[in-house]
Design a protein around this ligand. Structure first.
Ligand SMILES: [Zn+2]
Length: 264
């Protein structure tokens, strides 16, 4: 099917839908110039993901030092990223009332920066621009930890209220997903009638269970991704392409459908 036809079909599904949820992965942010961790020279060449687990972070000061060095680099590399047309189109669809909620696996905060309302973005893997104390749960802006690491040369930043261990507000490997946020995401998936997965390989669990949950409770599943995914065969509609380009085109088609229905 030509891509334009498929995008037109998706626009029609959105117009017919009573409640559409968008589920996003790393592919929506690649057009913002974010580094690909896995590519040659990427951050995983310097830091071994198997070492960056929650258990090691909690149990070993040496690992916490390494983890914070990793985060200093992440904050540096992600600091200059701007939302792209994928984030902007999704935010626009939300403001037009066509998308109820965005469930994202991304920790970069670009959906909100593009204008998606904060209370309608569920960040199931947390977010990288805050840190919290694992003892008293006090939350700080990431600069609180960054300044301690940079200015005083501290290897491991500490909580100003209780002296406890600080940790970025992202979900580390081996760490449980935030129950309340994940429960909200599940609830939206059982009540929506259309879920659009964008830029996700749909292989990271339990996140990838969400589109399956939506489909099992009667929702249609549309996939927009550069590469084929394991869920392509069971999806109702599949569009292979870059998230920014496809969503920009989708927004235009939805706008066209709206003006057509208004002029009738
Ligand atoms: Zn504390």
């Amino acid at each position: 099917m030509a891509q334009n036809d498929a995008v037109g079909q998706l626009a029609a599904l959105i117009m017919d839908s009573r409640d559409t949820v968008v589920f996003t992965g790393a592919g929506v942010s690649t057009e913002s110039g974010l580094p690909d961790f896995r590519s040659p020279g990427g951050i995983w060449e310097e830091f071994d993901p198997r070492e960056m687990t929650y258990q090691k972070f909690i149990n070993s000061r040496t690992h916490r030092q390494k983890y914070w060095r990793f985060y200093l680099q992440l904050w540096e590399e992600f600091g200059s990223a701007e939302p792209n047309s994928a984030h902007e189109s999704i935010a626009r669809l939300q403001r037009l009332g066509h998308v109820s909620v965005v469930i994202t696996q991304n920790v970069d905060g670009l959906h909100q920066r593009a204008g998606s309302p904060g209370d309608r973005v569920l960040r199931i893997h947390g977010h990288m621009w805050s840190v919290h104390c694992i003892d008293c749960r006090h939350t700080y802006d990431h600069r609180y930890a960054r300044d301690q690491l940079k200015q005083s040369g501290t290897a491991v930043p500490l909580c100003g209220s209780c002296g406890g261990i600080l940790k970025p507000c992202t979900i580390a490997f081996g760490e449980q997903l935030p129950e309340d946020v994940f429960a909200q995401a599940q609830k939206h998936c059982t009540t929506c009638d259309l879920i659009i997965s964008v830029g996700s390989s749909l292989t990271v669990y339990p996140a990838a269970l969400l589109p399956q949950l939506a489909q099992s409770t009667g929702a249609k599943h549309a996939i927009i991704n550069r590469d084929p995914t394991e869920m392509d065969p069971t999806a109702d509609l599949v569009i292979h392409g870059l998230a920014g380009e496809v969503l920009k085109c989708l927004l235009q088609q939805v706008n066209r459908c709206e003006s057509d229905s208004n002029s009738q």
